[in-house]
Design a protein around this ligand. Structure first.
Ligand code: GRF
Length: 237
């Protein structure tokens, strides 16, 4: 039995307050934008309390500024030891009293002490259908491998890169003539839908982790008939 059994992320929505999010970014922040847009809905059960970037030129910082969200830059380059960078991140997150940390294109590997400290409160979005294509350049590797379906995954962060209980996934077909860029765009569109959905499920207290697997209470699961096939069954001669 996992020590996480029956644990769930504490949901502030059980009271009246919204779940407090921190979003960690390194780049353009389109996933951050999707979360900002979702949080703008009055009935969305979370709000972004803090955006942290590990570099000052992260484009997503401007998105946060535009939305009036508190931002903080903690430059990894200012630290010689990864542990010190992680410690500084933790201190900022503790100070902001956040409930859930969303990695959104955050390009630093977080050490085991950090991951353990924030266990069950740390999630990531990865542009592949985990456990396939962990790491970088997922779309190029998917094209190279000739897979016909790709997608994205929202997961709790485990102690290793791109591992941890899977919360949500979305898939798209690889089309003839697809390039790394066209595939990235099509998957990114799904990321922008999936990340706010996963955060909402967590904030509403519907997500629990048992034996390293996620259970979701009261959500609409796909039906047996909901099959993504590539090629389509109708193209059979
Ligand atoms: C996304 O594809 C995300 O899955 C990956 O990094 C990319 C970040 O894009 N982890 P953006 O900064 O959210 O636009």
């Amino acid at each position: 039995m996992s020590k996480r059994e029956n644990d769930s992320v504490p949901s502030r929505t059980e009271g009246s307050a919204k779940m407090q999010l921190a979003v960690l970014i390194s780049g353009g922040g389109t996933n951050l934008q999707a979360l900002i847009d979702a949080c703008a809905a009055p009935d969305y059960p979370a709000r972004i309390a803090l955006v942290i970037a590990n570099k000052e030129d992260a484009g997503g910082l401007e998105r946060a500024r535009q939305a009036g969200i508190r931002i903080q830059t903690i430059r990894h380059k200012d630290f010689t030891e990864r542990a010190d960078f992680d410690h500084s991140l933790s201190a900022a997150l503790e100070k902001a009293d956040v409930d859930l940390i969303c990695l959104a294109g955050f390009m630093r590997v977080l050490g085991a002490p950090f991951v353990t400290r924030w266990e069950d409160k740390l999630i990531n979005i990865h542009p592949a259908l985990l456990p396939a294509f962990k790491g970088l350049h997922t779309h190029a590797r998917a094209l190279e491998a000739g897979v016909r379906i790709v997608g994205c995954t929202v997961h709790y962060v485990g102690i290793d890169v791109d591992v941890g209980p899977i919360i949500a996934q979305a898939a798209v077909a690889v089309l003839p003539g697809d390039t790394e860029e066209s595939l990235a765009q099509r998957v990114l569109k799904q990321e922008h839908r999936l990340y706010p959905l996963a955060v909402e499920l967590i904030a509403r207290g519907q997500v629990t982790v048992s034996d390293g697997r996620v259970e979701i209470a009261g959500s609409d699961s796909s039906s047996e008939e909901a099959v993504l096939s590539n090629p389509l069954p109708s193209s059979r001669k």
